[in-house]
Design a protein around this ligand. Structure first.
Ligand code: AMP
Ligand code: MG
Length: 539
């Protein structure tokens, strides 16, 4: 009796979610409700319900994201929550739909893509007046599912759930993740597309963001010369997500594009700061809000290698390798510029806006590097050489990027230090410290000396420099092998490591004594293990 009462109370807070579905209200709908794979014209979305599943089971939820929706943690553990956020039940006010969008995949126009396995539940407005769209990933077929099954497996859902939240706490703009549920059903996946299909547990993540609109959302209408829908989508986007720009007009469209260029530059600077490789920077995976979106075969740089891509599908061309991300973002922005050109009909201002990206990225990167190194500001006269040489030093032998920067903050001032003492704090950053030759040591120490001289010229004391550096150089990132260990355990029904990682990643810059195990460099077993060093788009 008592527990029944309690259950009603917690369920009641779910019912209090206030839906206000502006996207479906304001934008053209597909009049066809037939949930069959097809081309959809003249519409931004198709109404579609999630496919019910057998046995939803909560794996985890993020209390901070629940709070954005005004949900108490207790409301997230009940039966109703599981039914709703796996897609079996709809709350009053929900109006589920899948979006139509297109995109350039690996540099080629791919035509209509769309939400093939994402179903939007609607938008809520919280007590602070913020609008949040809720979206289930892996909730079944939609007209945009193409050859896919509309489903997601546990391994990729754990990765999306944990990384969305880890990125948020690192200060990187991102979509959020409310919940992760098992569906109680099995899904067949051929992980490396090499003729070894396996059954895997199915799962659903509920993603949360102000909007999930992508570059490809605009590209699809331009590609079809559907200028009317293109304009409606852009006007809607400006009115709801960029209201500070004022009433839509050709001049405002341009300002909007400039803002997308700036926020994209900021986003990529953050990725480069923390060592994140998205892995599939197709234009359908680029958010117009400058958020990290669509966590697929992403990875974290462990040993610093700008040529690394986690995505086996990208192994040949390495288009989406770490060091290429800034160029690719520009290329993607150029596609977005092309797609809104019919609304502006002037090339030069669009080109000037793309230049804003280039300038914004360069400036952002320089001040980010200055912060990573604990410098007051980036002084090109000295610091261009300093950072170029650092790049060489980091590539010299396998060097853990995260540990290297963290340990760099511990270096004492130069006076009286011989090479051995200078290098000591950094030893842990090397995957094979015993493999460092005298020549390597000399090159590293030469750089360390010029760095410490530069620091001395800045006049910031050691304690303050350390604090500043530790505020931008994380100690904890969601290392590829950590996520994989959490997946391995979750596949046996043990969700503890997911919870622990979620908790540790909430304070990535804090020392967190007792949690050092999550700050260790990649163990040898993970070097060539699937899921740790190699991933694919199959998820
Ligand atoms: P992605 O590479 O994950 O961004 O996916 C590209 C496109 O394929 C998007 O339109 C996705 O919705 C769609 N897609 C990916 N996986 C599936 C799947 N299992 N079922 C249906 N559509 C999918
Ligand atoms: Mg995608």
């Amino acid at each position: 009796m008592k527990t029944d009462l309690l259950k009603q109370q917690t369920d009641a807070s779910l019912a209090a979610l206030k839906f206000d579905n502006a996207f479906v209200r304001e934008l053209p709908a597909d009049p066809n409700l037939d949930n069959r794979v097809r081309q959809v014209h003249g519409a931004c979305y198709t109404r579609v319900l999630p496919t019910p599943v057998a046995a939803p089971q909560l794996v985890g939820f993020a209390p901070e994201v629940a709070a954005l929706l005004d949900l108490e943690p207790a409301a997230c553990t009940g039966e109703e929550f599981a039914q709703v956020f796996v897609g079996n039940q709809q709350l009053p006010g929900m109006d589920p739909y899948a979006c139509c969008y297109g995109g350039h995949q690996f540099g080629n126009w791919a035509g209509q893509l769309g939400d093939g396995r994402a179903i939007n539940l609607g938008e809520i407005v919280n007590r602070r007046g913020q609008r949040w769209a809720l979206q289930l990933k892996g909730a079944g077929l939609t007209p945009y599912s193409r050859r896919g099954d509309g489903l997601a497996v546990l391994r990729s859902s754990v990765r999306e759930f944990l990384c969305s939240e880890a990125m948020y706490h690192l200060g990187v703009p991102t979509t959020r993740a409310l919940s992760l549920l098992l569906t109680g059903e099995l899904v067949i996946r051929d992980m490396f597309y090499d003729g070894h299909p396996k059954q895997e547990p199915g799962a659903v993540v509920c993603r949360v963001a102000p909007s999930f609109t992508r570059f490809g959302s605009f590209e699809i209408f331009n590609s079809r010369s559907d200028i009317d829908t293109l304009r409606r989508l852009l006007d809607y986007t400006i009115r709801t997500e960029f209201p500070h720009l004022g009433e839509p007009s050709a001049a405002v469209y341009l300002q909007w594009f400039e803002e997308v260029c700036r926020s994209t530059a900021t986003l990529i600077v953050h990725w480069m700061r923390v060592g994140f490789v998205h892995g599939v920077m197709n234009t359908d995976n680029m958010s117009i809000l400058g958020l990290t979106i669509d966590y697929g075969p992403y990875g974290w740089l462990e040993d610093y290698n700008p040529d690394w891509t986690p995505n086996t599908t990208d192994a040949a061309g390495r288009r989406y390798r770490f060091g290429n991300q800034p160029q690719i973002a520009l290329w993607n922005l150029a596609q977005l510029a092309n797609s809104i050109y019919p609304l502006i009909e002037q090339v030069e201002p669009l080109q000037a806006a793309l230049q804003l990206y280039g300038d914004g990225y360069k400036q952002g990167w320089q001040s980010m590097m200055a912060q990573k190194l604990g410098l007051q500001s980036f002084e090109p006269a000295t610091d261009l050489t300093l950072t170029t040489d650092l790049d060489q030093v980091l590539r010299l032998v396998e060097t853990d990027m995260t540990i290297f920067y963290r340990r760099l903050a511990d270096l004492a001032p130069l006076e009286g230090q011989d090479d051995e003492r200078l290098l000591a704090p950094l030893c842990d950053a090397y995957y094979q410290p015993e493999g460092l030759t005298e020549a390597h040591k000399l090159q590293i120490c030469t750089w360390l000396r010029s760095y410490l001289q530069r620091v001395a010229r800045d006049g910031v004391d050691t304690v303050q420099r350390r604090q500043r550096m530790n505020a931008v150089n994380p100690k904890y990132v969601l290392r590829n092998y950590l996520a994989q260990m959490a997946i391995d355990r979750a596949e046996t029904g043990d969700f503890d490591l997911i919870k622990q990682l979620l908790e540790v990643m909430r304070q990535p810059y804090a020392d967190q004594p007792g949690h050092e195990e999550f700050a260790q460099k990649r163990p040898e077993w993970a070097r060539h293990r699937a899921g740790c060093s190699m991933l694919s788009c199959s998820s």
